[in-house]
Design a protein around this ligand. Sequence first.
Ligand SMILES: [Zn+2]
Length: 291
Amino acid sequence: MPELPEVEVTRFRIEPFLVGRRLGAVRTTSASYVFLTKPAALRSRLRGRAVTALGRHGKYLVAALDDGRRLVIHLGMTGQLFSAAATSVRLLSASTRQALAPEEQRCFRPDVHTHLRLAFEDRGPEVYFRDVRKFGKLLLLDPGETTPRLERLGPDALSVRGDLLFEASRKRAVSIKQILLDQSLVAGVGNIYADEALFLSGIRPGRRAARMTRRECDRLADAVVRVLRRSIETGGSSIRDYVAPDGNDGAYQLERHVYARAGKPCFSCGGPIRKRVIAQRGTHYCPACQR
Ligand SMILES: [Zn+2]
């Protein structure tokens, strides 16, 4: 599933193909749970509008339009937002790719999974939203309209600070990992990044949040930002179906210290990385390096 770094990588790669361009024809697939706004309404309201900005909050992308409306996009599990100018056969799953003839493998053609096709008045490359498993979402907000999907989110994880984690953990009888994964406190920290940040800050994921000191909260907030930034720099993780809009696999998995390394030696102390369920998630940590 795309996590915050992958969504941010998507944002800055697709931004030049969206911002400043005026939409021409808009095509969609038929109504499905991808469409929180009806496909017909999306087609008629988007046409002729210019995209003025592409922002991100947690794992939501928000495209601002020149009429004050906002198009909210969530990539779900397998959603991809990419330009026809930067497509690659690697956008397709391995099985799909193998089913294609060699000449078909050279460029992407919109298929039944391409739920939104944006053409532009400049007749330049189209932009596609494609989602095989359809857990992604498309929602068009009227000027001034809000949605609980965005409203209920805490500050974006890239701006998290120690004082926020400290305050949030005071009255909670939960683990610090639970705090990190609570999207209403911090938006966009997923399981991998929570485990990695806790390792880098030397804190056990199962530690009771209320026992965290202010100094530890500062260290943890720094680690969250560091691990997310590093992942963004390296192009986002590549997790099964996720491939960046230009077809490049990310490389973050090469740098993982604990995630998906159960039983393997810790890079710091050599002891085995342990895995257990914390905050309802498979959690990886080093019992010697994390306290
Ligand atoms: Zn260790």
